[in-house]
Design a protein around this ligand. Structure first.
Ligand SMILES: [Zn+2]
Length: 188
């Protein structure tokens, strides 16, 4: 299964809360991790897997160690502090990386697969990933974070995505991307 890419309509739709915590939810989270790992991402939100549901999965460990897996259901950001500009990509915008200003520290409340409530505090990459995924669940995308200059810089890559049919939803070839190959970039 491929990651749903921009400009698919489902990505812009705010997701409804999950109220039923049944075993199917566990299978769904597993499938989302598989899609995320296959795409080499650090996070994936429900709509990127074609599901308008308030769930996201994350693994910010560079080796994707299973113990670093995090499933967040109905996440809610409680606190944001500090500020950090960092490069960000999104699996729904293959080949596009932009500098995005985010809070450095985040406190988030969410439910796990059993419906238990947890609070997590994160900094750095995990904090960025949490903010990115919660944005997804609210229908807010990388393109909404782009300045006019960034939109212009990536206009070709965006156009390519807009022209693609859903069946062609795979990463664009290197030649279609205007910027040089990154060293190590992570998308979510
Ligand atoms: Zn994303």
């Amino acid at each position: 299964m491929n990651v749903v890419c921009y400009p698919s309509e489902i990505l812009s739709r705010p997701t409804p809360r999950i109220e039923k915590f049944d075993p199917g939810l566990r299978d769904l989270a597993r499938r989302m991790f598989e899609i995320m790992y296959e795409a080499n991402g650090v996070g994936l939100a429900g709509p990127q897997a074609g599901l308008s549901l308030r769930i996201c999965v994350m693994n910010c460990d560079p080796d994707h160690k299973p113990e670093a897996e995090l499933v967040m259901i109905n996440p809610e950001i409680l606190e944001l502090s500090g500020n950090e500009v960092g490069e960000e990509g999104c699996l729904s915008f293959p080949g596009i990386f932009i500098e995005v200003s985010r809070a450095q520290h985040v406190k988030v409340r969410f439910q796990d697969l059993d419906g238990q409530v947890h609070t997590l505090e994160a900094e750095g990459l995990p904090a960025r990933a949490v903010q990115h995924e919660v944005d997804h669940l609210n229908g807010s995308l990388l393109i909404h974070k782009m300045s006019m200059v960034q939109r212009l810089a990536h206009r070709r890559a965006l156009k390519m995505l807009e022209l693609r049919r859903p069946a062609e939803a795979e990463a664009p070839k290197a030649a279609e991307v205007e910027e040089p190959k990154p060293k190590r970039r992570r998308s979510s």
